[in-house]
Design a protein around this ligand. Structure first.
Ligand code: CIR
Length: 292
């Protein structure tokens, strides 16, 4: 069994998925969900792909062909969870999204992520969206939500722990409040740093983390929920090559820029305007699958 380092290794491959022409029909609870501009979203997605290529490598990013029948297919994060050499293909919680998984399975089978050695397909009653999974390097946090159930959490943790027994799952029950996914309110740029939204759902989620686990992390709070979702690229040594943050949220941007400048002075901070994805309840992490 290969050891998995706690400071996360560098990503060496990534998958994204071209926007569906039907993206305007994406599932959304956002007040502007009916006003998604597809041409603008296409341009934002191209900029997103460029950011991922910047940090993972120009030739290491596979853009899977779109699936016009699935307006949400660009949100690849929900279809698969990768930890080290293990990938678990999910059964997404929203019925309209289950058919997205086949295209990602085919990409993995075509060796789009060469470091993946064990692929499992979730089945039965298990439901899980990858947006509910936060792997920090030290812990595998799993949120229970309207999309992710106990069976999904158990499937994921048992298959990861089969190969990596020292990465305990920390299951957080988010269902008493309306957060779509765990990573809407909390992300982990490195193995010891959490970015959390300074609002009721963020505090609710943070307070669920057992204190013995919480104490292993510094927490940085941002006032805009969407800004808590940062896309980070570890350098393999406890630091960061770079981080992608949302543009358009000045107070949160200033907090994040100061945090990264202090802690990781050599890390590049790359800002992206993802307004059309926010209208579809998406953020930054949801548009890529990253493999070490
Ligand atoms: C959905 O409701 O499933 C999509 N419109 C948005 C999914 C965003 N996924 C994520 O943050 N992991």
């Amino acid at each position: 069994m290969a050891a998995l380092p706690i400071p996360r290794p560098r990503y060496t491959a990534a998958l994204t998925r071209a926007l569906a022409p039907s993206f305007a029909n994406a599932v959304s609870e956002h007040p502007d969900g009916g006003r998604i501009g597809v041409a603008r979203a296409d341009a934002q997605h191209a900029a997103y792909n460029a950011a991922v290529r910047r940090f993972v490598g120009p030739k290491a990013v596979t853009e899977v062909a779109t699936d016009p029948a699935h307006p949400d297919c660009c949100f690849v994060e929900d279809t698969c969870v990768a930890v080290g050499s293990v990938a678990v293909l999910t059964q997404p919680g929203h019925p309209s999204r289950r058919g997205e998984v086949a295209g990602i399975q085919a990409a993995l089978a075509a060796a789009a992520a060469p470091g993946i050695q064990h692929v499992y397909q979730m089945h039965g009653d298990a439901l899980l969206d990858g947006g509910d999974v936060l792997f920090t390097g030290a812990h595998l946090f799993i949120g229970l939500s309207a999309r992710t159930n106990e069976a999904g959490a158990a499937f994921l943790s048992s298959h990861v722990n089969k190969h990596y027994p020292h990465r305990p799952a920390v299951v957080l029950d988010l269902r008493p409040q309306p957060t779509l996914h765990l990573k809407c309110v909390i992300t982990a740029p490195t193995h010891n740093l959490l970015i959390v939204s300074d609002d009721a759902p963020g505090h609710f989620t943070y307070d669920l983390i057992p204190s013995a686990v919480r104490n292993q992390y510094d927490a940085v709070w941002v006032p805009d929920q969407v800004a808590a979702n940062v896309l980070a690229f570890p350098d393999g040594d406890g630091g960061l090559l770079g981080v992608v943050i949302q543009a358009g949220f000045p107070t949160s941007e200033a907090i994040l820029e100061e945090t990264f400048a202090k802690r990781f002075p050599t890390a590049a901070v790359h800002k992206l305007d993802m307004s059309e994805f926010i209208k579809a309840d998406g953020a930054l992490t949801c548009c890529s699958l990253l493999f070490a």
